[in-house]
Design a binder for this molecule. Sequence first.
Ligand SMILES: [Mg+2]
Length: 165
Amino acid sequence: MINWIFDLDDTLYSGPFESYEKLRPNMEAAFILQKLPGKIHIFSNALLIHCHNVLLRLGLYTLFHPRIYSRDIFKSIKPNLKSYLEVRKYLNSNQKDINIFFDDRLENLEMAKKIGWKTVHIHKIEVKPKPKFVDSWFPDINTALHSFSQRKIEVFNPTYNRRYI
Ligand SMILES: [Mg+2]
């Protein structure tokens, strides 16, 4: 089973956030997200109401609800290890699961790597040399999703897990 875990702000849309009105539906992302094998989740440091509003504007709310983990749920936020462990409980994942985490902030990816998650840096600028805790980088979420959707065969075959990213 694969868990696709997404930060929200500056990851699922290119920031900075200005207003809800300025966010537009991302149907391309919605199309790919609903076809990914496994489950998709939001792991955000924002309040739940903000997550709801942004996802509604992006046209992605029904795809993620109710797997939206926000700062209201936990007593800690990224990159605090406690928040990752809380999310992991919700994922209900076992050792064979692959957890793939998308975030625009390197410190959040670094902690994710410490608990064994695959890490995807979403940022306009690629950090060079690539930090050890970053498995892959994409300039925006749609480019990332396109790339992952094309690797479907490898995703389904567990023997390919090691070279998955
Ligand atoms: Mg972010």
